[in-house]
Design a protein around this ligand. Sequence first.
Ligand code: BGP
Length: 480
Amino acid sequence: MSVFPEDFLWGGAIAANQAEGAYLTDGKGLSVADILPVGKERFAGLKLEIRAGVFYPSHDAIDFYHTYKEDIALLAELGLKCFRTSIAWSRMFPNGDEQEPNEKGLQFYEEMFQTLQSYGIEPIITLSHFETPLHLVTAYGGWKNRKLIDFFAHYCQVVFQRYQGLVTHWMTFNEINHAHTLPLLAAGIIPDETSERTKLQDIYQASHHMFVASAKAVLLAHEIDPNNQVGCMLSLSPIYPATCKPQDVFAANELRRRSLFYSDVQIRGAYPAYFQRIITEQKLNLTILAEDLIIIKKGTCDYLGFSFYRSSLHEAGMKILGNTGGLLGKKNPYLEETPWGWPIDPLALRYVCNELTDRYQIPLFIVENGIGLYDSINNKGEIIDEKRMAYLKEHVEMMAEAIKDGCQLIGYTWWGPLDIVSAGTGEMEKRYGFIYVDKQNDGSGTLKRRKKASFNYYQQIIASNGQNVTVPDFSESGEV
Ligand code: BGP
């Protein structure tokens, strides 16, 4: 008997800006993702505009806007029970601050959700996944500005009403805790880096506005349809102390709390006691209205969605840096790394599920997990992605252990079931998919889809509800 519940949501996850392309089609406006080039330039010397002669991978991505029907047919063949994607806010409201939504944008997602429904695949929808409308950043300063609460609530109301009966699982802000390390993507802001104080002032003020907006979204969703379930979404790859030196243990815990701060507020409905010390010591001057605290208290999330890719190792006094996978720490000598230097640590998934269960006693949804790899096509035309299968196997096994530990896991959506643009680097060649997409870092390629060996493997895992994780034998496969 499988330890996974019968209704466990096996799935895959993407984000609109990393897959759809069609960045100005049918009235879409620019989002922050649309001004990010590929490679080292991505976040360096950021310019909030489109520059001539620069290649922007989100503009065409994998053209999911036009290919979603064929792609969803493949995902149905894979056996997905659910599919996580985001609504591009700027397809609905091109500038973010309009009163009237863009009907073409509404229609696009309606038809996509109907397509999913026709295959019995449940949509899991992120309302804001690294794609704040650019105009809200240039004209308002992004989430630093209180006005965004109402713009977001209006957008949410429109989509909750329109997609009632088609979507019941929602998430508000993707990896909200990345406001510290990826502020433009996660919070639509460019913080004032003059000092640590000014930086934290901007990040925490923006975070506060997002907390209120998220809570308002939860309340609206429940009011419009009591079947709606709304989760928060954090990046929660764990942080280990670099040594057993008490200072390292303490510092790692403090850093962990900087992330869990976000779920503490969104799940418990109040600012945690430890936040007061940050406010006092950093001399933060935050505008937090009494009515905001009431909304935050009422609009707590129904489940905790999180991404998990790896673990990090932290030493007291280290500069705190991060990327899309989580925090950047010291090298862990016990762990193998991906070509992008992300440590592979399946046991950490069991660790984090238990940590979150102990802290919140709430349903957990692993909404991102996966491995970015270079793929190659062999002389028989196959892609035998053994490392991806090994990663998947070990993580599914750890989920089973976490369930046995008593954690309430409701689903698992593999990041990037088909190759998409990397959020962190803009590359296409950092591939996560079970389905290969013929597109390269420079934008060349036919966009043809091709199943990798992991396609059949994930299909087997889903069909056996997580029981059959035996990796097939590929000794007869072709040569690379
Ligand atoms: C998460 C993001 C995703 C995604 C993933 C993998 O932080 O929510 O959008 O892309 O990380 O990161 P990357 O694409 O940089 O490999």
